[in-house]
Design a protein around this ligand. Structure first.
Ligand code: XIL
Length: 335
């Protein structure tokens, strides 16, 4: 096969990048996972585990993987009783081979669930949910460090989102889900996860009041996940640390589960510098609270990030660029 010059150059450049990212550590201090006693993780899509350079930086820097979509209900059971474990198995096997832990994501969520749930009676939805939790957690029993049991159940005003679970099963679905989850895998830490709950606001206060009541009732909930999808066009949530402290005072762990910081495109040096200060503040807030046990980003490279597809005009939200070179945000956290 004859290659045109631009193709040759592109291949040479790609090879150079791969060699660089494998040979040169991003920081003289060592990889991110080595400079902290917190779990340091990244979300990963199973299909990207085919890229050698992507895998190499992932295993070098991070100690935990969260499957980006592969453990969601619509992925694992698209039709009733028809299971598809390919992607989830690939991620769990990869983690075990590379001595990484896994954050399970997610069991009860108003999004990315199979259509047939909409047609179930309340009693059937309840048993389908119990069965789903049992089956999925059972399959990976002992292999998942922490699970996002319930995801995104609050509205911005702190009231409960009217999901099918809320509408058909009522308030009790949350306690039920956590009890079923504890029974299915007693070794997993059980979390409730949400976004826009970084600072003290109506939504995080709704969450606070609910988890406080659940703890008092003896519901087995171990922690709260704060997604931390931030944007530089909004001010940094200045009460982030204080908010974590009030949850810690309830006896809960806190995990930063999906951090990214999007900037208006095209990115430039000034924007990436602002982004760096946001990342550093997230990192520092977590390290200032002893019960903040995890710092996980929603993807680690701008090569594979959900942001440009979901927030048109914004992007460049990750710690590494598309060529897997560390960005200013990485350098700020790990100089
Ligand atoms: C996102 C994935 O990154 C996308 O690939 C998918 O199309 C939609 O879901 N909060 C969550 C995650 O809890 O599951 C979402 O992941 C991002 C927002």
């Amino acid at each position: 096969m004859k290659l045109r010059l631009p193709q040759v150059l592109a291949i040479t450049a790609a090879a150079a990048v791969m060699a660089t990212s494998q040979a040169v550590p991003a920081s003289a201090a060592g990889p991110l996972k080595s400079i902290t006693n917190r779990v340091v993780g990244s979300a990963v899509a199973a299909q990207n585990l085919n890229e050698a350079d992507f895998k190499s930086v992932l295993t070098r820097e991070f100690g935990n993987i969260t499957p980006e979509n592969e453990m969601k209900w619509a992925s694992v059971e698209p039709n009733r009783g028809q299971y598809n474990w390919g992607g989830a198995d690939a991620i769990v096997n990869f983690a075990q081979q590379n001595r990484m832990t896994v954050r399970g994501h997610t069991l009860v969520w108003h999004s990315q669930y199979p259509n047939y749930l909409n047609n179930l009676s309340a009693a059937d939805l309840r048993s389908a949910t119990q069965q789903h939790i049992n089956t999925e957690m059972g399959r990976y029993k002992g292999k998942i460090r922490a699970w996002d049991v319930v995801n995104e159940m609050f509205n911005e005003d702190g009231s409960r989102r009217q999901s099918i679970f809320q509408q058909k099963l009522g308030d009790g679905y949350v306690a039920d889900a956590f009890r079923w989850a504890r029974a299915a895998d007693p070794s997993a830490k059980l979390y409730i996860n949400d976004y826009n709950t970084e600072g003290i606001n109506a939504k995080s206060t709704g969450l606070y009041n609910m988890v406080k009541a659940l703890k008092q009732q003896g519901v087995p909930i171990d922690g709260i996940g704060i997604q931390t999808h931030l944007a530089t066009k909004y001010a940094f949530p200045s009460s982030f640390r204080q908010n974590m402290e009030r949850f810690a005072a309830l006896g809960l762990d806190i995990a930063i589960t999906e951090a990214d910081v999007r900037v208006p495109l095209p990115a430039d040096a000034a924007k990436l510098n602002t982004q760096a200060s946001y990342y550093k503040q997230i990192w520092d807030a977590c390290h200032a609270v002893s019960r903040c046990v995890e710092f996980t980003t929603w993807g680690y490279t701008d090569r594979h990030s959900w942001i440009p597809g979901t927030f048109p005009g914004e992007g460049a939200a990750c710690l590494f660029d598309t060529n897997l070179r560390p960005k200013p945000a990485y350098q700020r956290i790990n100089p």
